[in-house]
Design a protein around this ligand. Structure first.
Ligand SMILES: [Zn+2]
Length: 422
């Protein structure tokens, strides 16, 4: 699903790499990839390709590094019980009550909600398979990491077998813009043997991995001392507790051979210097979800220390069951405050940083010839000089996205778009 060729101009082009371009233009070729970016006077205008003049600025389509779009619509139920294990159980019950048709419709709505915010690619985790189907059907872009669960080692073979079979079914939805990934869910919901087997399978099949990691105090207590809310729940279900002496969730996952440069680690709140050093050595990427981390009372992730180690970090919203409504711009603002970042660094987290976190930096995240023609247009409050551009964009992307383009195709346009832009 591509459209083009297509030529867009704006008073500013913020390419995400290199310097901002005043009176810039982007030419997207017929195949949906960027053919040229630069000052309007230097970007070709092929015969028959009309130029769309946008107010404001063009920037790369935004990347949301962590979503659960199959949960779209469950925000009305997003009460936060005091303890995280109880919240997880509540969520499992809510999910189980939804028929697949409802979940698929929710996934479609979630993708459209992303487009309305200028988000063109998502890193999504879920266990229904609805999101990869919706991504494919809508001509959207993202990685759908399919989850597997099984905290009891006795479940390992059966869980793995069912998951591998389901991955095989879902592979038919993969394409140039839609990737299937693997997500052994979290250290409190997946046994060590299942983690090791799932990671081995994912790597043999060429699937990128995503894991929820080092998120809550209960997760740390489970692995460090076989105590806390998850340990109590496991004991009630007759699941053998982790062996002692314990370790951190990050060290535990590494012992099972999971961590590597094909792994997206989601949350990573509870990580000290030794754990961060280990993550950096393994070359993992991070999905940073600052508002979700606070909403659940998990605390703040060590964002500045992650960035200082050169870890690839993208911002993610998590699901509407954690933070509602979803707003990648608000995540960027929260991350910026937490990490003491500049506006440019904040924009990086939701563009090229997010792309790199998903391993897609060669394809998306900046406006460079050869990458996909994914763009967001934002209105600016008035003329802006170069020194204020990043700051102004950082604010404007909260409310003022006017157009979202995916591989050259308009996927969202605000209702009162200015005349002459079509
Ligand atoms: Zn999540």
């Amino acid at each position: 699903m591509t459209a083009g060729p297509r030529r867009l101009t704006a008073p500013w082009v913020w390419p995400g790499e290199g310097v901002p371009i005043p009176d810039g233009a982007v030419l997207v070729g017929a195949g949906g990839r960027i053919a040229a970016v630069g000052p309007e006077t230097q970007v070709p205008a092929p015969p028959g390709v009309c130029t769309e003049r946008l107010a404001g600025a063009l920037l790369p389509g935004l990347v949301n590094a962590h979503t659960h779009l199959e949960l779209t619509g469950l925000d009305a139920h997003s009460a936060h019980p005091a303890d995280f294990p109880a919240w997880i159980r509540q969520l499992i019950a809510l999910k189980a009550a939804r028929p697949f048709a409802t979940v698929l419709a929710a996934a479609r709505q979630g993708i459209r909600d992303c487009w309305a915010q200028g988000v063109t690619t998502v890193g999504d985790t879920g266990d229904s398979g609805a999101v990869i189907q919706a991504l494919a059907e809508l001509g959207a872009s993202g990685i759908a990491y399919h989850e597997v669960f099984g905290p009891d080692p006795a479940q390992c073979d059966a869980a793995l077998q069912a998951w591998v079979a389901r991955l095989g079914e879902l592979a038919r939805f993969a394409g140039p813009r839609v990737r299937l990934g693997a997500s052994p869910h979290a250290p409190y919901s997946v046994s060590g043997p299942l983690y090791a087997a799932a990671a081995r399978h994912a790597r043999a099949a060429g699937l990128p991995l995503a894991v929820h990691l080092a998120e809550s105090a209960d997760e740390s207590a489970l692995l460090a001392s076989a105590s806390g809310g998850f340990a109590e729940a496991w004991a009630r279900r007759g699941i053998p507790l982790p062996s002692l002496p314990g370790r951190s969730p990050i060290a535990w996952l590494d012992e099972h051979g999971v961590l590597g440069n094909d792994v997206l680690c989601i949350h990573v709140v509870r990580a000290g210097d030794p754990e961060l050093d280990l993550l950096a050595r393994r070359g993992v990427a991070i999905a940073h979800c600052p508002r979700s981390n606070r909403a659940h009372g998990h605390g703040d992730a060590p964002l500045a220390a992650m960035l200082a180690r050169g870890l690839r970090v993208g911002a993610g919203t998590d699901s509407v069951a954690s933070v509602s409504p979803l707003s990648l711009a608000r995540e960027a603002a929260a991350a910026r405050a937490l990490g003491g970042l500049t506006a440019g660094q904040g924009l990086h987290l939701v563009t090229l940083g997010g792309a790199a976190a998903l391993g897609l930096q060669q394809e998306i995240g900046s406006l460079v010839p050869g990458k996909w023609g994914d763009l967001a247009a934002v209105r600016l409050p008035g003329p802006v000089d170069a020194t204020k551009l990043a700051e102004t964009l950082f604010t404007a992307m909260h409310e003022d996205v006017s157009l979202t383009v995916l591989a050259g195709r308009t996927v969202w346009r605000e209702a009162e778009a200015e005349p002459g832009t079509q």
